[in-house]
Design a binder for this molecule. Structure first.
Ligand code: COI
Length: 351
């Protein structure tokens, strides 16, 4: 693989105060698609793209992305978590957005070279990781509305801490009843950039009212819970752990799936099904709504302490992280950071 090294390496940030997605490593991976095929991946210095004003992604948003994480242990061993699943999901998103398929194995091998080159950027403190952001965008200079004939695939890396400024303190979410993020037949289950653009207004409304993020409901009846701005959502009602079923408008989160697998293996009663706000309010009122948490690569496992709905706040689990949430946080980050054995086969060493 062609590697062009930077002549100007950056100073590393303070690894104990990283926030999320603010710092980027010295190099990135780029691969171009043209004439019906992908070229070879290359490692180049992290730098802006040169783009014509008519480049179609800027107009019609044909763009998808992924999020994954790499870790380094005290002996310098580098690992990634469920990275193959990211490339499978990326190909599913690409299909929905009329974009070309990538060769997951080839891209993974190129990513591993990038990770080895950038290993000094992998933070090692608990709660930190090197965030991996693969993305693909339409890159043809044309204004006709049709699938592009040219694409750029890229991977950038960012040392990160907690996604939320308040870390593991329970987050506050506001149920959004007017706006819609996704609907059946739309692009909700693809990880396409447009879904996130569409979610921004709900997020801003939530922030203006003192909440962290919006909780989205289904696009048809505005009745059933779907997901939160940057994470999937779970509720513990009685002894059942419930997360909305993947009906087509919900992101199939890899951390969501990890939670389900861990819960099943450890004997919890976990269901993927439709769950309405009426059911959540009823459970809150009769005292059976015990916990709620979000899951995501960036968000990891984030306890939800407050659900704002129709002008009232439901304080979940006394506003504190619940037992099942804490179990999942410990188990999943423990597997990622090698505190626990990799009993599900999710961790791959980067060699
Ligand atoms: C992730 O969790 O990796 C995401 O992509 C969510 C968000 C940061 C957009």
């Amino acid at each position: 693989m062609k590697v062009t090294l930077t002549s100007n390496p950056k100073a590393k940030p303070d690894f104990s105060n990283l926030g999320f997605g603010k710092y980027f490593t010295d190099h990135m991976l780029v691969m171009e698609y043209e004439g019906g095929k992908w070229g070879e991946p290359e490692i180049v210095p992290y730098a802006p793209f040169a783009m014509a004003p008519a480049t179609n992604v800027l107009h019609y948003a044909q763009s998808i992305f992924e999020g994954a994480k790499a870790y380094k242990n005290s002996e310098g061993k580098i690992t990634v978590f469920r990275i193959d699943d990211n490339f499978v999901r990326m190909n599913n998103s690409a299909k929905r957005m009329c974009m070309p398929q990538i060769d997951g194995a080839k891209v993974k091998a190129a990513l591993f070279e990038l990770l080895k080159l950038e290993q000094d950027w992998i933070p090692t403190k608990p709660g930190t990781a090197l965030y991996i952001r693969p993305f693909m965008f339409a890159n043809e200079e044309v204004l006709g509305v049709h699938a592009s004939h040219k694409y750029t695939f890229c991977i950038i890396l960012s040392p990160v801490g907690s996604y939320y400024a308040h870390g593991l303190e329970p987050t506050k979410i506001l149920v959004e009843e007017q706006l819609v993020r996704a609907f059946i037949g739309g692009t909700g289950e693809a990880k396409c950039s447009g879904n996130y653009a569409c979610s921004l207004m709900g997020g801003e409304i939530a922030n203006a009212k003192g909440y962290d993020q919006a909780l989205w409901l289904d696009g048809k009846e505005h009745k059933y819970v779907e997901e939160v701005g940057s994470m999937n959502i779970f509720f513990v009602i009685g002894d059942e752990v419930v997360t909305p079923a993947l009906v087509g408008s919900i992101l199939p989160g890899i951390t969501r799936n990890s939670c389900i697998q861990v819960l099943k293996k450890y004997g919890y009663n976990v269901s993927e099904r439709r769950i309405s706000m009426d059911e959540i309010v009823k459970a809150y009122e009769d005292g059976t709504l015990k916990e709620s948490f979000g899951s995501g690569t960036a968000a990891v496992i984030s306890p939800v302490g407050v659900i704002g709905y129709r002008g009232k706040d439901m304080i979940v689990g006394g506003g504190k992280m619940g037992e099942i949430t804490a179990f999942l946080y410990d188990k999943i980050t423990g597997i990622q950071q090698e505190k626990y054995p990799d009993e599900f086969g999710w961790v791959t060493e980067v060699r």
